[in-house]
Design a protein around this ligand. Structure first.
Ligand code: FDA
Length: 397
């Protein structure tokens, strides 16, 4: 292509959330910036995010909402470009938004509003963007890099890798960023799909019967993680925010513990029900908490026989309460990168400056966004990391 620049100050590979943010910030500093993406359009994950309404940040973003081998790494960037910074940008562009729950901010209309915002910022900063452009190799020069792309060769002073993680390959995800990291001798923290539904064994699925589509509020716990959110039964297994969140803590073979009546002492509640209506059967009493289908399933799973409440001793009610507030299940696995929202692990943050996102071993090479070993909870945190890390690199690249 004749108008493909042979030279640019900053080359950003990956026109996703982090790459476009970084490009616009660098461009506003007067740097010439070129962004390349192999996909046919920019910001595909933004477009599909938040059920089409992009949960673009979280009001309560804090370093505690992120997983990383070094939990301190994300602090500097998150403190310098906060959720309030991005909210101000959203308001500057007149994008209507609302808080759904737990501080999660969503567009009122479409995720495309956020892509349009980033493109407008890039236009204002004179950033050039090329899609359908892959990169075949990167050569370090004495100062900067020579990059061979599908559209030609380009020389740059600063090279920013913003190619994201491995989740949803059909949306253009690749391991390119990890390959570049390896090329420059950087350590990679093992990657695994996260914010991902659980699959169940065939026998477990058969026991679920008519449950798919049913949901209830639970506390899901595993390892050191615990989340109060909705659990959803699906045809393949378990999903819903509680499962997506806890999947980041789960490892193969581990049991997940579900409190099916969070915030309640079930044994005490059943004791009260017994005093008030002794002839009521256990399943009818529990139908005040969950649908009949769910009650039947939980009682069957735990082999609990439903009798009139007066026939249970306090010790038996305590045992029933225990079983339903610690409903343990070992998932068969997860749905994997095919449906995972994010990738845990990635480029080891020990290799990167937490202030600038520059690689310590290779001057002028930057890694931002999900390609790094920084992964947020469900709820807008992953985009906030993309904005913050992109901003940090854009200020110096
Ligand atoms: P991102 O994946 O956005 O961008 C990477 C870019 O690099 C892509 O455009 C890709 O095409 C390009 N690329 C990859 N390999 C390349 C190569 N070899 N050559 C050239 N280009 C290449 N988060 C959140 O906070 N709120 C939400 O609502 C959601 N919702 C959500 C829904 C779904 C279905 C998914 C899959 C994910 C989310 N997320 C989310 C997570 C969020 O989308 C994710 O964390 C960010 O997009 C990461 O931003 P990055 O810029 O790092 O990567």
């Amino acid at each position: 292509m004749s108008d493909f620049p042979a030279q640019t100050d900053v080359l950003v590979i990956g026109a996703g959330a982090a790459g476009l943010m970084c490009a616009s910030v660098a461009g506003r500093r007067g740097r010439s910036v070129l962004v390349l993406d192999h996909a046919n359009k920019v910001g595909k994950k933004i477009l599909m995010s938040g059920g089409g309404r992009c949960n673009f940040t979280n009001l309560y973003t804090a370093p505690e909402n992120f997983y990383s081998r070094n939990p301190h790494f994300c602090k500097s960037a998150l403190a310098r470009y906060t959720q309030w910074g991005f909210i101000a940008l959203v308001e500057k562009h007149g994008i209507p938004y609302h808080e759904k729950s737990l501080g999660q901010l969503f567009c009122d209309n479409k995720s495309k509003d956020i892509v349009d915002l980033l493109l407008a910022e890039c236009r204002a900063a004179k950033v050039q963007i090329r899609t359908r452009c892959g990169v075949s190799s990167i050569e370090p020069l004495e100062k900067g890099f020579q990059v061979h792309t599908g559209l030609g060769e380009v020389r740059c002073e600063s090279l920013v890798i913003a190619t994201g993680g491995l989740s949803i390959p059909t949306m253009g995800a690749t391991g390119f960023g990890y390959d570049v990291a390896r090329q420059f001798g950087l350590n990679i923290i093992d990657t695994r799909p996260a914010l991902v539904p659980f699959t169940l064994h065939q026998r477990q699925l058969e026991q679920q019967g008519e449950l798919p589509g049913s949901a209830l509020a639970v506390t899901a716990s595993c390892d050191s993680g615990s989340f109060n959110e909705q659990l959803l039964f699906t045809h393949r297994g378990l999903s819903g925010p509680a499962v997506l969140q806890i999947s980041s803590h789960w490892r193969e073979g581990q049991a997940v513990d579900f409190d099916l009546a969070p915030g309640r002492d079930l044994a005490q509640w059943l004791g009260e029900q017994r005093a008030e209506r002794p002839n009521t059967h256990l399943h009818s009493a529990l139908a005040e908490l969950w649908s009949k289908k769910l009650v039947q399933y939980f009682l069957q799973q735990r082999k609990i026989t439903s009798l009139p409440l007066k026939q249970y001793t306090q010790a038996e009610l305590k045992d029933i309460g225990e079983q339903l507030q610690h409903w343990q299940l070992v998932p068969a696995g997860t749905e994997g990168y095919r449906t995972a929202e994010v990738t845990l692990g990635g480029v080891d943050t020990d290799e990167i400056s937490s202030r600038t996102m520059e690689c310590k071993k290779q001057p002028r090479l930057y890694f931002i966004g999900e390609v790094l070993d920084v992964t947020g909870w469900l709820g807008g945190y992953n985009f906030q990391w993309a904005w913050a890390s992109g901003h940090a690199a854009g200020e110096v690249a």
